[in-house]
Write a protein that binds this ligand. Structure first.
Ligand code: GLA
Length: 416
């Protein structure tokens, strides 16, 4: 019922219509849909297998993963579906149902290089390259068809989902001796070195290691982690997608990372630390004068405080204090808006409108920022109002509609 209402609201507001109802319908019939399309595109389904890797949402701990801090992400039940089959030659043939107009994109195992015009196929190619770099040569080509129900460029890690999916397929095809955690590291390596985005480990890790109904409390300093059950009584996780594409996001992302690295080097002249994640708020305040620019002080402050906030938030959740967890989510957004400066009018509008609504326990941007999505914990009885009011205010102010998803937390990659 609720999802039907959501669908109606989304349609009324002119959104592109990825409401939960549609997602559920898609999930049920997805295996048939992708196999049918594979046959249409590549001739038949002989020898083809169907795979899935999730997207992820980060509950709290943003821009901490490349600062040796903690993160608290979770895999979603939406993600990327893939049909793959080994070939007898070195050819790679890719097709995405999300970019049908691009048709089949061809490449070759002997030419694993990133090309701008190769678009999304640089992600699977990057992972094939990364396996080779790690001494696991991909011995034969493949036909690969993808269909994702994560909105692209939304900050729910559609690219990391494709990377982990590709690694999972390669392990299945060639028997490579790698764990799911290795798949995450290989995915990150390919994103850093092949695709030039200096991302941390959070996205690939949460996707490769996802667990139904749990989030992952991960210490990115040493990759130790703990699964934390997300039991929200009478409340759900709602994702609002701004539909603002990241665009310049990747270069801004690398810029933030550089700012943090410079701030760390400045702090290291006065304190013995390996990362910003080692500092408490007090230690940061006592030493921040070592950082020569006000901008870098703000960036480093976010990294330090956000890390501490993440630890407090997980402790609050474990103590069943969802209210405090929500307050820390809100504080996270303020810090990302004012100190880290990665939000923008679209994400701020979604979050600030959400805060006005009774029954919203917490709301913040999620992912890299600069567009993308927000994550909110909303009481069941307030979800309809949330979608209606935030949706209307957003459209009024920004000029186009946001999309809303009531999401569930799911498992890592699988064979279907
Ligand atoms: C992107 C990156 C992650 C992480 C987040 C911000 O999603 O891929 O590694 O840095 O941004 O928290």
């Amino acid at each position: 019922m609720l999802s039907i209402i959501i669908k109606e609201i989304v349609e009324k507001l002119g959104g592109s219509g990825y409401a939960s109802e549609i997602i559920l319908l898609k999930e049920k019939g997805m295996k048939d849909i992708v196999l049918k399309k594979f046959a249409e595109v590549f001739g038949d389904t002989e020898g083809a297998k169907v795979y899935f890797a999730p997207g992820r949402v980060n509950m709290i701990g943003e821009h901490t993963d490349y600062n040796g801090g903690h993160v608290f992400p979770a895999a979603l039940t939406i993600g990327t579906y893939g049909v793959a089959r080994k070939r007898n030659d070195n050819k790679l043939r890719f097709f995405s149902m999300n970019f049908e107009h691009l048709g089949i994109i061809e490449s070759d195992l002997d030419d694993l290089k990133p090309y701008k015009e190769a678009g999304w196929t640089n992600y699977p190619k990057g992972v094939m390259w990364a396996f080779g770099e790690k001494g696991m040569k991909v011995e034969s080509g493949m036909d690969l068809l993808l269909n994702g129900n994560i909105p692209n460029g939304s900050g729910l890690s559609s690219s990391a989902s494709v990377e982990v999916l590709t690694g999972f397929i390669l392990r299945d095809f060639f028997g490579f001796d790698v764990t799911n955690q290795d798949l995450a590291l290989i995915g990150q390596f390919s994103e850093n070195k092949f695709n030039g985005v200096n991302c941390g480990i959070m996205d690939q890790f949460s996707i490769a290691m996802g667990k139904k109904a749990h989030a992952i409390f991960l210490d990115t300093a040493d990759l130790s982690f703990e699964y934390a059950p997300i039991k929200l009584e009478n409340a759900k996780i709602v994702i609002a997608c701004s539909n603002k594409k990241r665009g310049l996001g990747d270069s801004k992302y690398n810029e933030r990372r550089d700012e943090c690295e410079t701030a760390l080097a400045e702090l290291q002249k006065v304190v013995d630390i390996k990362s910003l994640g080692e500092l408490t708020e007090e230690q940061f305040e006592a030493n921040k004068s070592a950082i020569a620019s006000d901008i870098r002080i703000k960036r480093a402050k976010h990294a330090v405080y956000e890390n501490q906030r993440t630890m407090k938030a997980v402790a609050a959740l474990q103590a069943n204090d969802v209210t405090l967890f929500g307050q820390l989510m809100n504080a996270s957004h303020v810090s990302l808006r004012d100190d880290y400066e990665v939000t923008g009018i679209e994400l701020d509008t979604l979050v600030e409108e959400a805060w006005k609504i009774d029954g919203v326990i917490g709301s913040r941007m999620t992912g890299a920022g600069f567009g993308g999505c927000t994550v909110s914990i909303v009481k069941d009885e307030a979800i309809d109002t949330f979608i209606e009011k935030v949706g209307a205010a957003y459209k009024e102010k920004i000029g186009y509609a946001a999309d809303f998803y009531v999401v569930e937390l799911g498992d890592g990659p699988s064979i279907l």
